[in-house]
Design a protein around this ligand. Structure first.
Ligand code: ACO
Length: 385
């Protein structure tokens, strides 16, 4: 048999799959830009609708463009009938991400013209998906708490409306800022696992709904989107801040991973984690709560120990998911919705990457190196041992 040197890149580590103008990550220095704008600047000054426009259209909108884009999002905020059925049927039996993935997939039946593959039609689909996914997640949260659907409020922007549809209360300015911040920070992040699987599915020329459903399915895992919930659950298991060091030491000795730490690309402090930590501390200062104070103490002590132990030796630093849980708890978001919110925020990143990739589409078809036998003798079933 032909033998040649084969290099396998496990997890496609170090492999470039496309050119992009969407997002640059400088993993060595912990820097991140969306379309050239530093994430810190967008987090401080922008909002999710503006960032979504930037990602989809390649430029920051002027007032008129932003207002028209907002109106289009608002017009798509309703939760369609089949979604109520799916949420009600699946919620007691399935993981929230399974429910959400199924709901996202079901949105294809409401497409105005599935045969229209134009960029304009795809933008229309992206707007529908961004608006409706947030409303679906809010309703999933309501249903799980045994509460009724709250219809959208057109006086609120995208993320504040999400929080309103989830809690039934109009958020104050600070809570609205925090949820919007989380939507911005999760909107985009290069060719991460869920975006990559969106592209793989899209590269077959399957439609937008199929591609982002694959993205949502991929996001579920604890090594990707599920880490924020897992990190918070770890903090609850630690319970008392004084238990933090013992818990972390034992986990590391037992070769268990500390969720919310480490990243394939960042070998420095994830800039998004710094922003989340800053706003969490600010919120706690202004709206002190016992639960958040305890979680924050645990998080800061765990961070200190992890930095001492693993940052220099293994390049393990906090990622966005580490402080996300306490921040969500500060604004009353239940843990089981963290990953669904991540999906709702990342919907724009999935769509923007897909549309960019389609401009120069090539079917993904990597190779694997077969290491089994060949030409084995076929034994009829009755003669097998
Ligand atoms: N806790 C403890 N040790 C860790 C952690 C962690 N969180 N992450 C990596 N390590 C260790 C590994 O055990 C390994 O040690 P070894 O060389 O002694 O075997 C070394 O660091 C390298 O680990 P890899 O698995 O090779 O690193 P990789 O780049 O594949 O992992 C990943 C990245 C999957 C994110 C990993 O750091 C991890 O599992 N983190 C916890 C889950 C998490 O927080 N995910 C969210 C990522 S951000 C996001 O998706 C939004």
């Amino acid at each position: 048999m032909e033998s040649k040197e084969i290099t396998i890149s496990r997890g496609l580590e170090g492999i470039y799959i496309a050119e992009t103008t969407l997002c640059k990550i400088d993993g060595a220095n912990g820097r991140l830009w969306y379309r050239g704008y530093p994430i810190e600047v967008l987090a401080e000054n922008s909002n999710y609708e503006e960032v979504s426009y930037l990602l989809l259209f390649g430029k920051l909108p002027n007032r008129k463009e932003l207002s028209a884009f907002r109106e289009r999002l608002k017009a798509e905020r309703d939760v369609p009938p089949v979604v109520f059925d799916i949420v009600e049927e699946m919620s007691g039996r399935a993981h929230p991400m399974d429910v959400l993935r199924t709901c996202i997939s079901s949105l294809s039946i409401y497409d105005e013209d599935p045969e229209d593959k134009s960029q304009q039609a795809n933008i229309r689909r992206a707007i529908k998906l961004i608006a409706k996914t947030a409303s679906i997640v809010a309703y999933m949260g309501r249903y799980r708490q045994g509460k009724d659907y709250v219809p959208p409020d057109s006086s609120l922007d995208h993320s504040a409306n999400f929080l309103y549809m989830l809690t039934g209360k109009k958020p104050d300015e600070m809570a609205a800022k925090l949820i919007d911040l989380m939507f911005i920070l999760h909107a985009e992040h290069g060719s991460n696992a869920s975006t990559f699987s969106t592209l793989v599915t899209g590269s077959t020329l399957a439609d937008v709904y199929a591609a982002v459903t694959a993205g949502a399915a991929t996001l579920k895992g604890p090594l990707h989107g599920g880490a924020d919930e897992a990190a918070l659950r770890m903090m609850y298991s630690i319970g008392d801040p004084d238990n933090t060091e013992t818990y972390i030491e034992e986990a590391l000795e037992g070769k268990r991973r500390i969720m919310g730490f480490g990243h394939r690309v960042y070998k420095a402090y994830d800039p998004r984690a710094k922003i989340v930590r800053k706003y969490l501390e600010l919120y706690q200062e202004r709206n002190p709560s016992e639960e958040v104070s305890r979680l924050l103490q645990i998080a800061l002590r765990a961070e200190k120990l992890m930095l001492e132990k693993l940052s220099k030796t293994k390049g393990i630093w906090p990622n966005i998911d580490f402080f996300a849980g306490p921040l969500y708890r500060a604004i009353d978001v239940p843990a089981e919705l963290f990953t669904p919110i991540f999906a709702a925020s990342r919907m724009v990143g999935w769509c923007a990457h897909l549309f960019e990739y389609w401009q120069n589409n090539r079917l993904f078809r990597p190779l694997d190196n077969y290491v089994g036998e060949v030409d084995k003798k076929y034994v009829p079933i009755d003669q097998r041992e």
